[in-house]
Design a protein around this ligand. Sequence first.
Ligand SMILES: Nc1ncnc2c1ncn2[C@@H]1O[C@H](COP(=O)(O)OP(=O)(O)OP(=O)(O)O)[C@@H](O)[C@H]1O
Ligand SMILES: [Mg+2]
Length: 249
Amino acid sequence: MAKELLRIEHLSAGIEEKEILHDINLKMNYGEVHVIMGPNGSGKSTLVNVIMNNPQYQVNGGDIFLDGESILELSTDKRARKGIFMSFQTPMEVSGVSVENFIRTAKSTIEDKNIPILKFRKSLEKEMDQLSMDHSYADRYLNQGFSGGEMKKNEILQMLMLQPKLAILDETDSGLDVDATKIVSEGIERFLSRGNAVLIITHHRELVRSVVPDVVHVIMDGSIVKEGDHTLINKIESEGFHWIREEVK
Ligand SMILES: Nc1ncnc2c1ncn2[C@@H]1O[C@H](COP(=O)(O)OP(=O)(O)OP(=O)(O)O)[C@@H](O)[C@H]1O
Ligand SMILES: [Mg+2]
């Protein structure tokens, strides 16, 4: 039977001045791919920020469970150690820290053990080969001067190296070329084949072409207003959100 990984129950959250998310319910099992779609400003990034405990946001009600345990009281750091990984819609540049050091430090912090440098470099280069990334990227400062597509690949590299239970990808839709889209999409597939789960926030179907999502959730004005299978993505791409808005009226 499918094992539950993440459960969000009656979650309401926002910033001090206003509530952005209202009564969100969402359940994900190990091995599943879920997609969140929704118009700009509907609350998708807010939701992932709340899952990671970004201090900008406050929870007004409800709960978030990982492996059946509430994580609401845990810091971002502890949530990462429990196995949640999040990519940012706008990745930060980190000056003075190489890609290799960043990932190795994150991995040794999360796994709470020292990771031998040479062994790590070897496995990093193996993943980089599969993502068609030149090894020189490992020595570059994180995201500094990276193109949109390179940042995306770098995120997938982090995800593959850190092996979180749950990876949350908040898409930039920053125009991955056809080959890069395929490579990234295959990276997600490799990640999933190890039994992990992915939550993808996206406006387009490109990234989930080779991985068929199990559930698609649609957020509008801070509420989940529709859920369905992967065919919902095509319908939204061709018809937009208008018909869903009409349905929930
Ligand atoms: N820190 C904040 N301060 C003020 N308003 C915020 C903050 N964070 C989010 N909001 C507002 O909450 C709403 C939801 O924003 P959010 O970033 O979650 O949207 P989104 O669904 O991710 O949109 P997009 O598709 O454009 O990425 C928006 O109206 C946004 O302006
Ligand atoms: Mg967003």
